[in-house]
Design a protein around this ligand. Structure first.
Ligand SMILES: [Zn+2]
Length: 68
């Protein structure tokens, strides 16, 4: 049994800001997402989908929105 893997973008706050499931069928879309995160300055990590789901997610944008 293989564990589904994903790529996650780590925001400057240290939390996950975006994630994409690593699927061979969508390799191009995955590569595009990862390239975009790198351009935005996020750190990219590979981890299991399960771990990504359980991790802390970035709330910076939500806080900004609430203050606006
Ligand atoms: Zn953040």
């Amino acid at each position: 049994m293989t564990v589904p893997m994903s790529y996650v973008a780590i925001h400057s706050c240290g939390r996950i800001v975006a994630a994409t499931v690593d699927m061979k069928e969508h390799a191009k879309a995955v590569a595009r997402d990862v390239a975009r995160w790198v351009r935005l300055g996020d750190k990219v990590q590979r981890m299991s989908v399960e771990k990504a789901r359980r991790s802390d997610w970035c709330e910076c944008w939500r806080n900004k929105k609430a203050r606006a």
